[in-house]
Design a protein around this ligand. Sequence first.
Ligand SMILES: O=C(CO)COP(=O)(O)O
Length: 136
Amino acid sequence: MNIALIAHDKKKDDMIKLALAYRNILKNHNLYATGTTGKRIIEETGLKVTRFKSGPLGGDQQIGAFVSEDKIDMVIFLRDPLTPQPHEPDVSALIRLSDVYEIPLATNIGTGELLLRGLGEGFLDWRNAHHLCSRL
Ligand SMILES: O=C(CO)COP(=O)(O)O
């Protein structure tokens, strides 16, 4: 599975906690992240992550493009709802595209944990069937 991990600055510590707690599940998947989130995950968890640009510099849009190309199976985007973001339109666009393509999306650590547990239990295996069908 291809998983996108993104966190606003005040939520980055939560992302690290989540990634450490579910490291054994995440290590079996392809991880993608916006620039700074990815840097921290790599440094603090040892997980392998493909990094895009930083969010405010276009990283959210790059991940959105992957979503639109069916290259992302799950998005965990720990948003900070209390701090205005200069790139708010990009944030909304990524969330919108995840809904357009019906990609499981978590915007807080509680739902993020549920998605990762579900991933470990195989609840997202339908995405593999979906990929097989789209290739026919
Ligand atoms: O701003 C972000 C998401 O909107 C995250 O970007 P960084 O991971 O580069 O901080």
